[in-house]
Unconditional design. Structure first.
Lengths: 194, 783
C-alpha cells in the first residue's frame, strides 16, 4: 500500500464546453458566450498543472460505516456506493494554484470573464478526474467516484484523507481551518473497485 | 572551520532522504515522522550517522513538519531532533542543519494563513533550533515564494545562523504559484541567504535542466538536492527509479555546471550520497561568479535592468489627481486595481505605488494596496513613500524583491531606509539631494550619489541594488535644468557603475501639451544611458519614443515590439456610429459603443438623467432576463461592466452637490471562507445600481465587520458563505452585528444557504442572487 503520483498534460484532455456552461446554468449559449468559454478553457489549460496522488486500500462496509485500511467513515450513501467492493482507490487531484490566482484576478478586473474562467477550471478539473478514474479502473467510469461533501459524507474527512495521501508534499494541496482545499480546484474522491 | 568558510573553497555534501528510510523501519503513512525523534531516537541517530559515514558534511534534522501549526510540542521535538543529529557527529567538518519545511497551510490571499502568523510560526521552530545548537538552517521544499519569505524573515529575526533555502520546481521550471527561477533567486539573494537552490519534486536528470539558469542568476552558492527519480511501485512497495549509479552520473554533471552544495531528497539513501561524495573527491568546484545586473521581482516575474529601459508606471499616485484622492478617502481599492491593470496592459514593466495623503493611515493603506495590486498584477512594484513605518510594513508583506522609492543623501533618510532594504531585501532609488538641497551641477549630484552608494555598501547592500535618480527639474523655471540632468546621467553611470532612473514627467511641469516636452527629453535621456524611467504608460508620445528608440538602437529584435505597438495604434479607430442606443449597448455588453455614446450624450444631457433614463432601465432589462433564465450570469456581468464604462464618464461630469450614491453597503465573505466569487458578483451588480459598496474581502472576522459598521455607521450588511463549515461563522457575525446595533439589516447569500437556514441564523434577508440583493437594497434605502 503506497502512494502513486499521476499526471497528464492538460493539452491531452478533452474538456467539455457543455460541462463548463452547465456549471453556469447556461443551456442555450449564444455565439459570443461559446467563443468566450472556449477561450477560457484554452487559457485554463495553458496555466494548469495537473497532479494527482492516489493509493489503493481494502474496504469493508458495515451498516453505514466504511472502513479503509487507514481510516473509517460514517456515511450511508458511501456505504451503499461501495457495496460489493473489497478494494477502493482514494485520490486527491488538482489543477494547481495558478487557476485560483487567475480566477481572483479576473473577478476583480473583469467579472464576466472571471465566472466563465472559473467554470472552465471546474470543467478542466472534472475532465482530469474522469481521466484518472478511467486510468485507475481501465474503463470510462466518471460516475464511479464519491467525494467528501457529497450526500452524508462529511467534509471533515478531507483532513484525514489529505494527511494520509501526503497531499501537501506530493501535490501541493492544503486545507484551510474551515476545511476547504487550496488550490480550490481540487477533488478528493473514493473510487470503488468491483 | 564553519560551514560558510568551507563553502568558499569546497563542495558541501548534504544528506539524502529521511522519509523512505523511516518507512522501511516501520513508520506508517499518516504517522508523524517528527514524533520518532522522541520515541525512536536511536533509529533517527543511526540514519544521520549512516549519512555522515557515507560522506555527507551536513545532516538535516528530522523536523520537516515541526511547526506550531502542525503540533503542540515543537520545542520538545526540535530539541530531541537536534540532539539525535548531534549524537551522530563523530568528526570535525560535520554539521547539523535545522530542517524547516512548509507550514502545511497556504498563505493569504490564496489560503487563510496570514503572512505575519506564518513568520511567527516559523519563529518558534527557529528559536528552538538555534537554542539547541544547530550550525545552520535549511528552509526547504517551498512551493510558494511568499511562504519562503516568511520563513527566511523568521530565521533572520530569531537567529544569526547561516540560512540555506531551496524551493520546488515543476516540470516547467516554475514553482506551484508560477514563480520563475530568476524571480525566486532575486528574492532569496536580496533577503541575504548564504546559499540557495532546489530540492524535491523531480529527479536529478530533470532538475539538471534548470541548474544552469539558477547559476546564471545567482551570486551565492547553489544547492541541488533532487529526488531519486520518480516514485514507482514494485512488488507493492514504493521505489524510486533512480539507482545510486544513475543518481551519481547526473549529480556529477550538476557539479560540473557549478552547483556547490549537493545532496538528495525523497528516495535517496546513504548509498546515493556515498556515490556522489566519492565522485567529488579531488574534484575542484567551479568558481562562483558574482553577478552585476540589477533585478527586482514580483511573486512570479523578474524585471532585469538591461538594454531596454525599464518603464515604471507612475499612475498610482494621488498627486494632482482628485479622483484618486477621493478613492483613497473612500477606501476604494477598485480605482487602484484598475490603474494597475491598465498600466500593465499599456506595457509598463513595473508599477510605482504611492498612496500618501495626509488624512489617511498610510501604513495600513499602503500595505493593503500592495497586497491588492499583487492579487491582480504580476508586475514588480516600486514602493513609494516617505514614511519609514509605511515602507517597512509594505516591504515586509511584499511578495518578491521590491524597488524602494526612495532614499536620498540626507542622514535621516539613509539611516531610516537603508537598514530596511538590507533586512527585507530590495533595490532602492537614490535621489541626489541632501541637507544642502539639490546641487545645480552634475558633479554635485554625483557626489551625493557616491555618498549614498558608499553608505549602502557599508550596510551590506550591493551597489547593483542602488538605482540613482539624478533628478529632473522643470525646464520652464530653469532652462539649464535638463542639461544638468543629462550630464549627471553620464557622469554617475560612468563613475559609479550603477543604474540610473528618472521621474521624468516633472521636466514639463507648467507647460501646455506636456507630453511633447517630456517625450523629447526622454529620448535624450535614453541616448545618454537612462536605465529606467518613472512615467505615464498611457501617454502615446512616451511609448512612441520608447519603441522607436529600441528599434533604432537595434535592441528590438526584428523591430517586433515596435511593429506590434505601431500596428496596434493604426487599428485604434473609433467605432462608427451604428445608430445604437446606450441602453442597447449595455444590454449587449458593447463597451466601446457605450463609451462613445456616453461621451456624446453627456454633452447634451444631465448626468443623473442618463443614469436614471438609460443605464438603470437597461440594467433592469438585463436583470429581468437573467431572472427569467433568458440570459445568463456572464451576460449580466458583461452588461454590468459596460454600464461601469458609462458610469466612469458620468462620474467625471457629476457636480459635487449631485450625489449618485444610492446608499452604502458593507459586504464580506465570512471568517473561514475563502471563496468570494459570489460576493464579487453581488458587489459588481450593486455598484451598478448606484450603491457604494464597502468590500471587506474574504475570510473576514466578525470583529472586523462590526468595527467597520461602527466606524462608518452603515446600516446594511451583506454576508456570503459557500460552505456548510463556514455557516456557523456567519451566524456568529450576525449575532455580533445585531448585539452591536439591532437596527443593522443583514442580507445573506451563498451556495449552501436557504431561506429557512437564513431565518434560523437570524439574517434579515436571504438573497438568492445579485438581483435579489439589489431589490433588498432598494427596499432598505427606499429608492
Amino acid at each position: 500500500m503506497s502512494h502513486t503520483l499521476y499526471t497528464v498534460s492538460p493539452g491531452l484532455l478533452d474538456v467539455s464546453i457543455r460541462e463548463a456552461l452547465r456549471y453556469l446554468n447556461i443551456k442555450s449559449p449564444d455565439e459570443a458566450l461559446l467563443s468566450l468559454t472556449m477561450d477560457c478553457i484554452d487559457e485554463a489549460k495553458s496555466i494548469a498543472s495537473l497532479k494527482a496522488v492516489y493509493i489503493k486500500s481494502g474496504v469493508t462496509v458495515e451498516n453505514d460505516i466504511v472502513r479503509l485500511d487507514f481510516m473509517e467513515m460514517k456515511s450511508a450513501k458511501l456505504a451503499a456506493f461501495l457495496n460489493g467492493c473489497n478494494e477502493a482507490y482514494v485520490f486527491a487531484a488538482t489543477i494547481g494554484m495558478r487557476a485560483d490566482m487567475l480566477v481572483n484576478k479576473y473577478l476583480k478586473t473583469e467579472a464576466s470573464r472571471g465566472v466563465i474562467f472559473n467554470a472552465a477550471c471546474v470543467a478542466l478539473e472534472e475532465a482530469f478526474c474522469d481521466r484518472l478514474n478511467g486510468y485507475l479502473l481501465g474503463v470510462d467510469s466518471s460516475t464511479r467516484r464519491f467525494s467528501p461533501g457529497y450526500g452524508d459524507l462529511s467534509l471533515e474527512y478531507q483532513r484525514e484523507i489529505l494527511a494520509y495521501l501526503d497531499a501537501e508534499r506530493k501535490i501541493g494541496v492544503s486545507l484551510t481551518d474551515g476545511c476547504l482545499m487550496v488550490p480550490t480546484k481540487t477533488v478528493t474522491a473514493i473510487v470503488g473497485i468491483k | 572551520m564553519n560551514i560558510l568558510e568551507k563553502l568558499k573553497t569546497d563542495f558541501v555534501i548534504f544528506d539524502g532522504g529521511m522519509g523512505t528510510l523511516l518507512q522501511e523501519r516501520g513508520l506508517k503513512p499518516g504517522q508523524s515522522p517528527e514524533e520518532w525523534n522522541i520515541t525512536n531516537s536511536e533509529i533517527i541517530t543511526s540514519i544521520h550517522k549512516s549519512y555522515f559515514e557515507a560522506g555527507a558534511n551536513v545532516v538535516t534534522t528530522n523536523t520537516f513538519g515541526a511547526n506550531p501549526l502542525k503540533m503542540d510540542n515543537v520545542e520538545e521535538v526540535v530539541f530531541a531532533a537536534v540532539r539525535n543529529a548531534k549524537r551522530a557527529v563523530y568528526k570535525e567538518g560535520q554539521y547539523v542543519a535545522l530542517d524547516i519545511g512548509p507550514t502545511g497551510k497556504l498563505l493569504k490571499p490564496l489560503g487563510d494563513l496570514d503572512f505575519n502568523d506564518a513568520v511567527n510560526a516559523f519563529g518558534v521552530t527557529v528559536r528552538a533550533g538555534d537554542k539547541a545548537g544547530c550550525d545552520l538552517i535549511i528552509i526547504e521544499t517551498m512551493n510558494d515564494p511568499y511562504e519562503m519569505k516568511a520563513a527566511i524573515l523568521a530565521a533572520k529575526e530569531n537567529s544569526s545562523l547561516p540560512i540555506f533555502a531551496t524551493f520546488v520546481l515543476d516540470e516547467g521550471g516554475k514553482t506551484m504559484t508560477g514563480c520563475d527561477i530568476a524571480s525566486m533567486v532575486a528574492m532569496l539573494e536580496s533577503l541575504g541567504v548564504s546559499a540557495l537552490g532546489v530540492n524535491c519534486s523531480l529527479g536529478a536528470d530533470k532538475l539538471k535542466e534548470f541548474v544552469p539558469e539558477i547559476i546564471a542568476n545567482a551570486s551565492v552558492p547553489v544547492i541541488v538536492n533532487p529526488n531519486a527519480g520518480i516514485p514507482c511501485i514494485h512488488d507493492g512497495k514504493t521505489c524510486f527509479d533512480s539507482t545510486p549509479d544513475d543518481f551519481y552520473i547526473h549529480m556529477m554533471d550538476i557539479a560540473k555546471m557549478g552547483a556547490r552544495v549537493l545532496g538528495g531528497c525523497c528516495g535517496t539513501t546513504p548509498e546515493h550520497i556515498r556515490r556522489v561524495a566519492q565522485g567529488l573527491e579531488g574534484y575542484e568546484p567551479k568558481a562562483i561568479e558574482k553577478k552585476s545586473f540589477t533585478v527586482v521581482s514580483s511573486y512570479s516575474k523578474a524585471c532585469i535592468f538591461d538594454k531596454k529601459a525599464v518603464l515604471i508606471g507612475e499612475r498610482i499616485n494621488p498627486t494632482g489627481k482628485s479622483k484618486f484622492k477621493a478613492a483613497l478617502r473612500e477606501n476604494n481599492m477598485d480605482y487602484i486595481i484598475s490603474e494597475a491593470v491598465g498600466q500593465e496592459e499599456c506595457g509598463a514593466d513595473m508599477l510605482d505605488v504611492n498612496v500618501g495623503l495626509p488624512e489617511i493611515d498610510e501604513v495600513d493603506f499602503l500595505t493593503r494596496a500592495v497586497k491588492e495590486i499583487q492579487s491582480v498584477s504580476t508586475l514588480p512594484l516600486q514602493i513609494d513613500t516617505s514614511d519609514p513605518k509605511a515602507l517597512e510594513s509594505a516591504m515586509r508583506i511584499y511578495n518578491g524583491k521590491p524597488l524602494v522609492n526612495s532614499v536620498n543623501g540626507k542622514e535621516e533618510s539613509m539611516s531610516a531606509v537603508l537598514p530596511l532594504v538590507k533586512k527585507y531585501g530590495g533595490a532602492v532609488i537614490a535621489l541626489t539631494l541632501d541637507e544642502g538641497g539639490i546641487p545645480d551641477t552634475a558633479e554635485g549630484r554625483y557626489k551625493i550619489a557616491e555618498k549614498i552608494v558608499k553608505r549602502a555598501e557599508a550596510y551590506g547592500i550591493d551597489r547593483r541594488d542602488i538605482i540613482v535618480d539624478p533628478l529632473c527639474l522643470t525646464v520652464s523655471s530653469d532652462k539649464n535644468a535638463p542639461r544638468v540632468t543629462l550630464d549627471s546621467i553620464k557622469l554617475i553611470k560612468d563613475g559609479l557603475k550603477v543604474k540610473v532612473s528618472l521621474g521624468i514627467s516633472n521636466v514639463s511641469f507648467g507647460l501646455p501639451n506636456r507630453d511633447y516636452i517630456t517625450s523629447t527629453f526622454f529620448s535624450f535621456a535614453l541616448k545618454d544611458g537612462l536605465d529606467a524611467v518613472i512615467m505615464n504608460p498611457y501617454s502615446t508620445e512616451m511609448m512612441k519614443i520608447y519603441y522607436a528608440y529600441n528599434a533604432l538602437m537595434g535592441i528590438d529584435e526584428n523591430c517586433a515590439e515596435y511593429i506590434n505597438f505601431a500596428s496596434d495604434k493604426k487599428t485604434e479607430t473609433v467605432a462608427a456610429d451604428t445608430g445604437i442606443t446606450l441602453e442597447k449597448a449595455i444590454i449587449k455588453g458593447l463597451k466601446n459603443d457605450a463609451k462613445n455614446i456616453t461621451k456624446q450624450l453627456i454633452l447634451t444631457t444631465p448626468p443623473l438623467e442618463i443614469v436614471n433614463n438609460c443605464i438603470i432601465p437597461a440594467l433592469d432589462t438585463v436583470g429581468e432576463a437573467y431572472e427569467k433564465g433568458a440570459s445568463f450570469l456572464p451576460q449580466l456581468l458583461m452588461s454590468a461592466e459596460t454600464a461601469n464604462v458609462a458610469f466612469d464618464i458620468i462620474k467625471e461630469n457629476i457636480k459635487k452637490d449631485e450625489s449618485s450614491n444610492k446608499g452604502d453597503i458593507i459586504i464580506a465573505t465570512v471568517k473561514g471562507d475563502i471563496h468570494d466569487i459570489g460576493k464579487n458578483i453581488v458587489k459588481v451588480i450593486l455598484q451598478n445600481y448606484g450603491y457604494t459598496v464597502h468590500d471587506l474581502g474574504k475570510d473576514v472576522s466578525p470583529e472586523t465587520i462590526v468595527e467597520y459598521a461602527r466606524k462608518t455607521g452603515i446600516k446594511l450588511v451583506g454576508l456570503s458563505a459557500l460552505m456548510t463549515t463556514t455557516v456557523p461563522s456567519m451566524e456568529k457575525t450576525i449575532n455580533q452585528l445585531k448585539s452591536f446595533d439591532s437596527s443593522i439589516k443583514i442580507m445573506v447569500g451563498g451556495a449552501v444557504l436557504t431561506p429557512e437556514y437564513a431565518e434560523m441564523i437570524k439574517a434579515d434577508k436571504y438573497a438568492k442572487d445579485a438581483m435579489e440583493a439589489v431589490r433588498y437594497a432598494k427596499y432598505i434605502y427606499n429608492n
